[in-house]
Ligand binder design. Structure first.
Ligand SMILES: [Zn+2]
Length: 363
């Protein structure tokens, strides 16, 4: 990022954490690693539940919150599927993308690249198709753009567990949406069981068709999984990349190529991929000059938000505001936007950061 450096950036100047939280809420942001299904706002989910089951014992947000708790990964998956079971109609998907983008725009997120996993729904509900789901999400995101000015693109998640053949079919079925709301593919699911190499053909085909490529790697599996994502899938970005530190050669490689890491700190703690904040490598990765971006993954499931993720960088890892600013710009750089779009967004970020600095630090 070219431009003027911020002169006064000392966190001590912001005395109250409420004020700091408000500041972080207002900074301009880009979100690159967010699953729409895991970001569903609680009131929207409550609405869906009550629409499907008038006699549901879940009457309010408090009841719902109680249902969304889990203490291990098996329970997490159970809760995840339970929540998805209320998203059954095309109109629900339209509402889903609209409401998620609305809640992001309230945190001054300007641009989002959001995952969705259509197979999780079409697999169980034969009335739905991946194209229909995509179409509906695009409708919702267009409406969100009209109402709130928030821009977004979709990334279809080829969940590893469904295997490469289903992935290939998905890529072929959805390629017609490229340039119309869909921008890329991602690879979620069981990283340790279904290795990235299995999907080399899917990624090769996707690349040919014009999909941009990202893949979850180094979240539950180690550095070798990240190498596979980069070498065998030609992934342009890495989802999480948490365990890159296991291989210094990989760190050097990621740094030299400036391959972006979609870091999601709270997610890593909640899934126990990382035991505690003190062990999370985000601070070191940033200091070492890796292309670190900050994201919220499944904010509803992990009781986080993109705002909280930024706050945590300051409170738990001691990032200065200047470093926070740099991270916010990294997300523009790491996005799949065109160079022109990136430049224009950098201009917006620059202006808003300046205004916020004078509002919060000089006033
Ligand atoms: Zn994810």
């Amino acid at each position: 990022m070219k431009g003027r450096e911020i002169q006064i950036l000392n966190n001590n100047e912001i005395e109250h954490s409420d004020k700091l939280a408000q500041f972080m809420r207002e900074i301009p942001k880009v979100e690159l690693h967010l699953h729409l299904e895991g970001a569903i706002p609680l009131p929207t989910l409550l609405n869906f539940i009550q629409k499907r089951n008038k006699n549901s014992s879940i009457k309010n947000l408090k009841d719902l919150k109680r249902h969304l708790t889990y203490s291990n990964f098996t329970q997490f998956i159970k809760v995840w599927l339970w929540k998805n079971s209320f998203i059954t109609e095309y109109e629900d998907f339209e509402e889903l993308s609209y409401q998620v983008l609305k809640s992001l725009s309230e945190q001054n997120v300007k641009y989002v690249e959001a995952f969705y996993s259509p197979r999780d729904f079409t697999f169980r509900n034969k009335r739905l198709s991946a194209s229909g789901i995509t179409e509906s999400l695009i409708k919702g995101k267009k409406k969100a753009f009209d109402d709130f000015g928030i821009r977004s693109e979709l990334i279809v998640d080829v969940v590893r567990d469904y295997g490469p053949r289903m992935g290939l079919n998905l890529v072929k079925e959805l390629s017609g949406y490229l340039g119309r709301g869909l921008i890329g593919i991602g690879l979620g699911g069981s990283e340790k069981i279904f290795l990235a190499g299995l999907f080399a053909k899917v990624y090769g085909e996707a690349r040919e068709l014009g999909f941009r490529l990202t893949a979850h790697a180094g979240e539950t599996d180690g550095a070798k999984s990240i190498w596979a994502a980069v070498n065998e899938l030609k992934a342009e970005r890495i989802g999480h990349g948490l365990r890159a530190y296991e291989d210094p050669r990989l760190i050097a490689f990621l740094k030299e190529r400036q391959i972006p890491l979609e870091v999601c700190v709270v997610s890593n703690i909640k899934t126990r991929a990382c035991k505690k904040f003190a062990e999370h490598p985000v601070r070191n990765y940033f200091k070492e000059g890796l292309m670190v971006t900050i994201n919220s993954d499944d904010p509803t499931m992990f009781d986080t938000s993109i705002t909280k993720e930024y706050l945590i960088l300051i409170k738990k890892f001691g990032f200065s505001l200047e470093e926070i600013r740099k991270i916010s710009f990294n997300s523009i750089e790491a996005s799949f936007m065109t160079e022109r779009e990136k430049d224009s967004l950098r201009g917006v970020f620059d202006k808003e950061w300046k205004e916020l600095i004078s509002k919060y630090l000089k006033g």
